[in-house]
Design a protein. Structure first.
Length: 401
């Protein structure tokens, strides 16, 4: 089976989604040598493609626009999009996509009207037109079924496997004076990452007499002034260090030296940093909501990310309880060992074989004739039934610390 991979969204700023694709492509030749990949790449992919071994790029076509893929369909048996959207669509051959999350159904206030319209257009109709949908968690699987109405028969859940962390390297410019002990939060400055409540929790802890320092990484997305204002408002400028984007060797050092990972995200389809922390022996305290409890199971300390005092309570326990940290670190290592690149690759091979079994030319005719025209009727608002289904899922999956 020759698998075409659409890589238009393969960029450095895609967070865990880019990490997932990098891991999958890097390990594919090792665990699925009989199913060659044909990469459909673009000039803006080059920084990420440079991280792949030559074997992963043996078959590659550089495209100008995504529609150029139609000129190469005779070279593939299946078309795969790993970034949540199937495009172009529909395609006259078996298709699969990896769907990561539909955060906009849970927190529409985090998105502009234009972003909502784009997500409804791409996500819903990609899910409906793909022959197989790979979800990164059972939480995302349930979202596809309960909110969009996708049949569970065509969904395969495959957990992420984090890309291997290199040997630790001290972050450039790191001054350890007064920072021998710190917590760590790696996340881009997206609204759902909930940095504000983390800062307020540090403020609360200081008011309670406990000084906790926090190192952060990730891009500020050009919102540097907003970040500085949030830090100033909380009065914790001396307690936080935002290091920006850092090489993975430096991230490895932070995972290995942090007192614990504190992950207050409001929404996660999976949560790769949680597994990276566990693999590094870094205790995890994280939100007990969306996909995170599925990933960490009973091997993390949970809190309510919307309750500043509860976030502070969890941080305080990690900061002061040595026995708890040793226990979380030990159990976390065992849990992290379950997320392997081999499982990731073989799971995708099975999903692609399912897509080939499910495809028939009449499905393409139906999608072209009926689904595509319907997809062009754009909408900009969340439907009441979607909002209700999302809230039911949040209540059902919530874990209390």
């Amino acid at each position: 089976m020759r698998i075409g991979v659409g890589l238009n969204l393969f960029r450095e700023d895609t967070g865990g989604v880019g990490n997932y694709a990098l891991t999958l492509l890097r390990h594919w030749p090792e665990f699925a040598p009989g199913h060659p990949l044909v990469l459909f790449t673009f000039d803006h992919n080059e920084a990420m493609l440079a991280l792949l071994p030559p074997e992963s790029r043996r078959h590659e076509h550089r495209l100008r626009v995504q529609e150029d893929v139609f000129a190469h369909l005779d070279q593939i048996d299946l078309y795969f999009c790993p970034f949540g959207s199937l495009w172009p669509r529909p395609m006259p051959l078996p298709t699969a996509l990896t769907f990561h999350d539909m955060q906009e159904r849970f927190f529409p206030e985090f998105f502009t009207t234009a972003q909502l319209e784009e997500r409804f257009f791409h996500y819903d109709w990609s899910l409906r037109m793909a022959d197989t949908v790979i979800t990164v968690s059972d939480f995302t699987r349930a979202s596809c079924i309960d909110i969009v109405g996708i049949s569970g028969r065509k969904i395969r859940r495959i957990h992420h496997a984090p890309d291997e962390l290199p040997p630790p390297q001290t972050p450039a410019g790191w001054d350890s004076t007064g920072w021998e002990k710190f917590i760590f939060y790696p996340a881009n400055f997206w609204a759902h990452k909930n940095h504000a409540n983390l800062l307020r929790a540090l403020q609360q802890l200081r008011a309670d007499g406990l000084v906790v320092r926090c190192a952060l990484t990730g891009t500020l997305l050009g919102r540097d002034e907003e970040w500085r204002a949030a830090v100033a408002a909380a009065g914790v400028g001396d307690l936080v260090r935002h290091l920006g984007r850092r090489p993975r060797a430096e991230l490895s050092w932070l995972f290995h030296h942090a007192r614990g990972l504190v992950f207050p995200s409001l929404f996660e389809g999976f949560g790769i940093p949680v597994v990276e922390a566990m693999h590094s022996g870094c205790p995890v305290a994280c939100s007990g909501t969306t996909g995170l409890p599925e990933v960490a199971q009973g091997d993390a300390l949970y809190f309510d990310p919307g309750d500043v005092r509860d976030v502070a309570r969890a941080i305080a326990r990690v900061w002061t309880d040595d026995a708890l940290c040793r226990d979380l670190a030990a159990r976390g290592r065992v849990r992290a060992a379950e997320f392997t690149a081999q499982k990731l690759v073989t799971g995708h091979v099975e999903a692609f074989e399912l897509a080939r079994r499910r495809y028939h030319p009449w499905k393409h005719w139906y999608r072209q004739r009926y689904l595509k025209p319907r997809s062009e009727q754009l909408r900009q608002k969340l439907l009441p039934r979607e909002a209700a289904a999302a809230q039911r899922l949040l209540r059902r999956l919530r874990v209390v610390g």
